[in-house]
Design a protein around this ligand. Structure first.
Ligand SMILES: C[S@@+](CC[C@H](N)C(=O)[O-])C[C@H]1O[C@@H](n2cnc3c(N)ncnc32)[C@H](O)[C@@H]1O
Length: 370
C-alpha cells in the first residue's frame, strides 16, 4: 500500500532523521547476524540436545514438565544469555544514534502549524502502576522523553528490518480485515507511534481515526510521521482502561501487540471499555502472540519473554482471550492463527526443529441489540 505522500519516493522527514547513519550499519548488520544465528544455529543445537534427551520416547507432555528438562540441557544457559545480549546490544546502538542526533531529532519532532490531525496530552498524567517499568529492557522506556520514543522507533524498525521499514505487518493485518460496512470511527488502542494507526487511515481515508496511548512522546512522534505521510489522525493520551470516548461511538477498535504488557485485571478492563465504546455490531480486533502447543518451544518462548523483561507476556499466553471477550459482553469472539505474508510462518510453526513466535488474531463482535 502506498503513502498518501505527494512524493512517495522521498523519505518523510522525521523518519529520515531517526535512521541509521552509514557508519553504524556494520554494527547493525552484526546484531542482525547474531540474531539470525541465535534462532537458527543456536536454536537447532538446543533442539538436538532436547531430542537426544527425550529419545527414550518419554517427551514431556506439558510446558511445566518440559521446562526443568530444557533448563538442564548443556546449551541452555548460552542460548538464554545470547538472547538478552542481542536485546541489550540493540538498544545500546539505537541509544548511540539518537544521542548523536539529539538536536536534529528534537527539531524534527517539534509540532508545526502544518501538522495534520490533532494531539491531546494531559498534564500530570497518572500512569497505571504496571506501566512505569522499562519494558523490553529499553532504559527509560518510551514514555519519559522524545529520545525514548525515537529509540523505540529505531528498535522497532530493526526488529523488522528488510521487510518492515514501512510496517508491512500492520498493513497486512488491516488490509485483510473483512467488515460488513465501512467504519466511520476507528480507535487504535495502545497505538505507540502509530504503526497500525497509519494502516487504518490508509485503508479507510474517510474514517475518523484515533490513536490512543499512555506515552505522549510516541503520540508526538506518530503525529509527525503521519503528517509526513499525509495522514490526518487524532492522537490522544489516555489509559485504555478508562477511555474518554462516548458509549457506542466507535465502529472498529484495534489493539496490536499491547495486551501482553498488561496484568489480567487490566486486560478485563480494556475489553469492557472496548465493548462500551463500540456501537452495536462493532468489531474489536486484537493481534497478539500466543502459545504454540509444543512444550519445548513454549518453554523457550517463556524464557524469551522473561529475558527481555516482559513481565506479563507468559501469563497472557495462557489466558483464554475468547472467553474473556465473552465475559466483557461480546456476542461472538474467535481466535485464529495469523502469519506474515511472504514468510513461511505456518511451515515454521509446524516444524519443531524451527524457531517461531506465533501470532494470534482475535476478533469479537458486539451484538446488534446490545
Ligand atoms: C509494544 S507497543 C505496541 C504499539 C503498537 N500498537 C504496535 O502495534 O506497534 C505497546 C504500546 O501499548 C501502550 N500501552 C500500554 N498500556 C497502555 C494503557 N493502559 N493504555 C494505553 N496505552 C497503553 C504502550 O505505551 C505502548 O505504546
Amino acid at each position: 500500500m502506498s503513502h498518501a505522500n505527494p512524493t512517495p519516493n522521498q523519505p518523510p522527514p522525521v523518519d529520515a532523521v531517526i535512521d541509521w547513519p552509514a557508519d553504524t550499519l556494520p554494527a547493525m548488520t552484526t546484531i542482525l547476524a547474531l540474531r539470525r544465528r541465535w534462532f537458527s544455529h543456536d536454536y537447532s543445537a538446543l533442539r538436538a540436545e532436547y531430542e537426544a534427551a527425550t529419545s527414550n520416547g518419554r517427551a514431556p507432555a506439558t510446558q511445566d514438565e518440559a521446562e526443568p528438562l530444557v533448563q538442564s540441557l548443556p546449551s541452555a544457559p548460552a542460548f538464554q544469555w545470547m538472547h538478552r545480549h542481542i536485546q541489550d546490544r540493540t538498544w545500546r546502538l539505537c541509544e548511540r544514534i539518537v544521542e548523536r542526533r539529539a538536536d536534529e531529532i528534537a527539531a524534527a519532532m517539534q509540532p508545526t502549524d502544518d501538522d495534520l490531525g490533532t494531539l491531546e496530552g494531559t498534564e500530570d498524567f497518572q500512569y497505571p502502576a504496571y506501566y512505569t517499568f522499562d519494558y523490553h529492557r529499553q532504559d527509560g522506556g518510551i514514555w519519559r522523553s522524545d529520545a525514548g520514543a525515537a529509540i523505540y522507533l529505531l528498535g522497532a524498525r530493526m526488529i523488522h528490518v528488510g521487510r518492515n521499514s514501512d510496517f508491512q505487518l500492520h498493513d497486512q493485518l488491516v488490509d485483510e480485515l473483512e467488515l460488513d460496512s465501512e467504519p466511520g470511527r476507528i480507535v487504535d488502542l495502545g497505538c505507540g507511534f502509530g504503526k497500525t494507526t497509519f494502516s487504518l487511515k490508509k485503508r479507510w481515508p474517510d474514517a475518523e481515526v484515533h490513536g490512543v496511548d499512555l506515552a505522549e512522546p510516541c503520540l508526538r512522534l506518530g503525529r509527525k510521521m503521519a503528517s509526513a505521510r499525509g495522514l490526518d489522525i487524532h492522537w490522544r493520551q489516555a489509559d485504555m482502561e478508562r477511555l474518554p470516548d462516548a458509549d457506542r461511538s466507535t465502529d472498529l477498535a484495534v489493539i496490536t501487540m499491547v495486551l501482553h504488557e498488561m496484568p489480567e485485571s487490566a486486560i478485563s478492563n480494556v475489553l469492557s471499555e472496548a465493548y462500551r465504546i463500540l456501537r452495536p455490531g462493532g468489531r474489536l480486533v486484537i493481534l497478539e502472540n500466543r502459545l504454540i502447543g509444543d512444550p519445548f518451544r513454549d518453554t523457550l518462548l517463556k524464557w524469551y519473554s522473561q529475558l527481555i523483561d516482559e513481565p506479563y507476556w507468559e501469563a497472557w499466553r495462557h489466558l483464554d482471550i475468547v472467553a474473556m471477550c465473552g465475559a466483557a459482553g461480546f456476542e461472538t469472539a474467535q481466535q485464529s492463527r495469523w502469519y506474515l505474508a511472504g514468510t513461511d510462518g505456518a511451515a515454521a510453526e509446524a516444524d519443531p526443529r524451527r524457531w517461531c513466535t506465533p501470532w494470534g488474531l482475535t476478533q469479537a463482535t458486539k451484538g446488534d441489540l446490545q
